[in-house]
Design a protein around this ligand. Structure first.
Ligand code: 5RP
Length: 252
């Protein structure tokens, strides 16, 4: 965790030589400690958030959490929650969510995020933007010095219509950062990946720091053909990081 965050963090649970999935589970379980009966909960997507959904269901079965309503951020999470018996609703019925818990692909020192390598960024952003609290749960490999700093992709959800045109426009926006865009494909298939909303994803790779994130976000969103991007700026209210040396939680 960055010095800014660690100065305001509480360290708990010493842990040693755990797998990445075990670290994800520790972060997820820690976040679920903040869930209270009667809450409307945004349920995130991905291998970290999956542990949180499992834990919420487990506590419900034990009678330790009651009257929970979940708002899923993807069809996969919806199916998981249904299979575990978590009652579900949506943003139309619950426009204000008490708390969301979700993973991230990158977290910078200001708690800005990259999300969407799992392809669910649009619903995640809609649900998490409507949440009073948004707890981000990650293992320490997700911490970066700047957005794009992992060398992995920053995803952008676009409409399928003339996707090559939109890809080129996105690359041109970030020419100075040496941006290369790639259409995401379904793993092991020769077909474009299609989101839950029927859209495509362009993964943007940067050779350099893109600089002003707010200006970058605005520029991307101004392009016709773009639906949403995977930068979640100023949205996280709490960060829980599990690492080899323990679990840290940022101040709320
Ligand atoms: C899905 C996401 C995920 O939260 C993100 O990709 C992290 O995934 P994981 O917990 O599997 O590492 O944004 O769209």
């Amino acid at each position: 965790v960055s010095s800014t965050q660690s100065s305001s963090s509480n360290r708990t649970h010493p842990v040693n030589s755990l797998t990445q999935d075990e670290l994800k589970k520790i972060a997820a379980y820690k976040a679920v400690e903040f869930v209270q009966s009667g809450m409307v909960l945004g349920l995130g997507t991905g291998s970290t958030a999956r542990h949180a959904v499992d834990r919420i269901a487990e506590l419900m079965k034990l009678g330790k959490l009651t009257n929970i309503v979940g708002i899923p951020t993807s069809n996969v999470t919806r199916d998981q929650a249904v299979s575990l018996g978590i009652p579900l609703s949506d943003l139309d019925t619950h426009p204000i969510i008490d708390m969301s818990i979700d993973g991230a692909d990158e977290v910078d020192p200001e708690m800005n995020l990259v999300k969407g390598r799992g392809g669910s960024l649009l619903r995640e952003k809609m649900v998490e933007a409507a949440s009073k609290k948004f707890i981000v749960i990650v293992d320490e490999s997700k911490l970066v010095n700047y957005i794009g700093g992992s060398g992995l992709a920053m995803p952008v959800e676009i409409v399928p219509f003339c996707w090559k045109f939109t890809l080129k426009r996105l690359e041109m926006l970030f020419m100075e950062a040496g941006c290369v865009g790639k259409l995401r494909m379904f793993a092991g298939r020769e077909e474009p990946f299609v989101t839950d909303n029927g859209n495509y994803i362009i993964d943007l790779y940067f050779k350099k720091d893109i600089g002003d994130l707010k200006a970058s976000s605005d520029a991307i969103l101004r392009l016709a053909g773009v639906v949403e991007h995977g930068m979640f700026l100023d949205m996280a209210t709490t960060l829980i990081v599990a690492g080899e040396l323990g679990v840290t939680r940022s101040a709320d």
